[in-house]
Design a protein around this ligand. Sequence first.
Ligand code: FAD
Ligand code: UDP
Length: 371
Amino acid sequence: MDYLVVGAGFAGSVCAQQLAAAGRKVLVIDKREHIAGNAFDRLDEHGVLVHEYGPHIFHTNSSSVFEYLSQFTEWRSYEHRVLAAISGKTFPIPINRTTINSVYGLNLDEKGVAEYLERVREPRAEIRTSEDVVLSSVGSDLCEKFFRGYTKKQWNLDLSELSAGVAARIPTRTNDDDRYFTDRYQAMPLHGYTKMFERMLDHSNIEVRTGVCYSEVHGMVDRRTTIYTGALDEYFGCCFGRLPYRSLRFEHQHFRELERFQEVGTVNYPSEHELFTRITEFKHLTGQVHSGTSIVKEYPCSDGDPYYPVPNPKNELLYKRYEALAQREQDVYFIGRLAQYRYYNMDQVVGAAIVLIRDILRQADSRATVQ
Ligand code: FAD
Ligand code: UDP
């Protein structure tokens, strides 16, 4: 065995595939009973393709990432749309011209919306927190309606306690564009994520073992190098204390003989009245035709599988302490959303994994040349 890869999500699977393609022997383990990490999808008991760990919509501006993944899947074009449900009405989110006009009963054109936002926004000298981002772009009324409650539920923190990058994921628009993402490539794997991962890992140099935790095999696997994609604090026995990760509880539901549950793929619930943050109806994403429909509600929580790093300066400092340990670890590389403690989208993980393996192989080649 040349490489042990811990985790069969995007980070681990891309690394394994790239190493195998370069002739290296790889063992991939995952403590879950399946591959594909958080992107895992499956047919539910009613035959609807659902995402076990919440909605995953692929989007990227990187043609190289898109082309790389296209080796393992065909695609279905899909542009995600999201509505926010507030007091029984729905409005497009990201906030756009339609949102402003319908929230306030106005009929502004694009220029009018830009002027409106200019009037209500509360400019900040420095943008440090997510609150700074939202107040400086849309002002306090829209902040309270669309952002404050959602954020409190999602993170159990106030907007002011989160780094700017969190809310900066959501743009503000003055036009009618109601797409959640504007990336050049927006598509879903035609036969699902799990099928795409199966093809990625289908190589004679790759052995995959699911249901195996690193703690069980640590020290027992004869390998030269480890690529670790799990939670960074766990690797070091949480020696500096727990690195906060936010978790979710997913409530899956199926409705028989109901073609459509909601108008768009996802409806967000920003108010704190509902304990869940959003409902996603999978048939919008996958285009599947079925007489019933399946949805998932996301309930944020602190205990459970780690899903999100929690970006703020305090956590960043703690991460840096673990990162310093990670850099001293011999022949172990840390990559992915959990191991790098970064709020990565799927395409960013793929890009980072490709670069990591390129660097590892380059170093190995130059060492071999010197010897
Ligand atoms: P993971 O997918 O978490 O994979 C890590 C794997 O390591 C897991 O399978 C885990 O079981 C395994 N592991 C951990 N510790 C151990 C151990 N000790 N031993 C063995 N195995 C271990 N991104 C987008 O681009 N678009 C989206 O629409 C989108 N939606 C999302 C929705 C939700 C609810 C969540 C949580 C994330 C979403 N993401 C989305 C982000 C996306 O899930 C991640 O960017 C991507 O899956 C990260 O891949 P990864 O390999 O780093 O981590
Ligand atoms: N957000 C919000 N209201 C919304 C949508 C997003 O307040 O209707 C904030 C919230 O803090 C959320 C962050 O913006 O965690 C990022 O949203 P995104 O939809 O990108 O979250 P993800 O899909 O990663 O869970």
